[in-house]
Ligand binder design. Structure first.
Ligand code: ZN
Length: 304
């Protein structure tokens, strides 16, 4: 399935929000009012920004892209998102600061950010980027990343061209931070991340943990899983065995490794490409790692 083989698509809703399924619709008027408020606030922030440069960007499809740069980061966008871009760029700058602080060193290479103004265009780009056809992306897929590029569906259309993603400031920041962790990881790993099948527990778990996406509600669910027969028995079970909790299970495992073995170990793991290399970096067997995770989750307070 696409979601399991392509590792960089974000799925924030599984961590924090209920799905906006047809069984649980948001009233259209409420959606429009909330979006209007958000757009207004983003516009205010954008109007107040300074020290940015705007340039035209050439692209093979001859679609009129523009670019805005700040602090060495360039964000590419199209006309419909003009009023959001200044604030989004500020959030990317904040995200880069947070990721750099987590890993203790700056991004090794430069990267760009691209805001897609339509779902169809992002899906088409995504399909070409992963070098294989994609029939259709799931509606909750709103962002992705490579070593050179973070790309994201414009929050302007999250309520109409995505599902279960509220375009509030915290959600946007979480999404940016999560994807920037993938960018950082991809820059330090010799393999393309989506080719690292079987290590998704590390790739996605790292992004979830480093961007602080686990909530008290997640930890309550994780305790129930860790205390049941449905708990992971092998590292492969953290991703995909129970699809509903893959992000939170993997994130909790990386938090356990981080808190128990140290941030230096996490940094060493960034360049590893196999399960054996990852376990060597931690210095434990697969069985004892999972046993340690189980007791860590059982002991951990929910609300931190
Ligand atoms: Zn991800």
């Amino acid at each position: 399935m696409v979601r399991e083989s392509f590792l960089s698509i974000n799925e924030i809703r599984r961590l924090a929000w209920p799905c906006l399924s047809p069984l649980n619709p948001i009233p259209i008027m409420a959606m429009k009012k909330k979006l209007a408020v958000i757009l207004f606030l983003l516009c205010l922030a954008g109007c107040a920004s300074s020290r940015m440069t705007v340039n035209s960007v050439a692209n093979p499809e001859n679609v009129p892209w523009q670019a805005l740069s700040k602090n060495g980061i360039t964000i590419e966008y199209q006309h419909p998102d003009e009023r959001l871009i200044s604030d989004l760029l500020q959030q990317v700058v904040a995200g880069e600061h947070a990721v750099t602080e987590f890993f203790g060193s700056p991004f090794p290479k430069s990267y760009k950010v691209r805001i897609f103004s339509s779902r169809a265009e992002m899906d088409d780009f995504w399909s070409r980027t992963v070098e294989r056809p994609v029939a259709s992306a799931n509606c909750w897929m709103i962002a992705s990343a490579t070593a050179e590029l973070l790309y994201i569906l414009s929050p302007r259309i999250w309520l109409t061209e995505a599902c279960a993603n509220n375009p509030d400031r915290e959600s946007i920041q979480n999404t940016i931070n999560h994807e920037l962790v993938h960018v950082y990881h991809a820059q330090l790993n010799p393999n393309k991340l989506w080719n690292m099948k079987g290590r998704t527990w590390f790739i996605e778990g790292l992004a979830v943990h480093a961007s602080k996406q686990l909530t008290a509600r997640n930890w309550t669910s994780l305790k129930n899983i860790a205390n049941s027969d449905a708990r992971p028995k092998g590292l492969g079970d953290f991703w995909g065995a129970t699809k509903k909790n893959s992000y939170s299970l993997s994130g909790s495992l990386i938090e356990y490794i981080d808190k128990t073995f140290g941030r230096d170990v996490i940094v060493q793991m960034l360049s590893k490409t196999t399960k054996e290399e990852l376990l060597d970096a931690i210095g434990v067997s697969e069985a004892s790692l999972i046993q340690g995770w189980q007791s860590y989750v059982m002991r951990r307070p929910d609300a931190q």
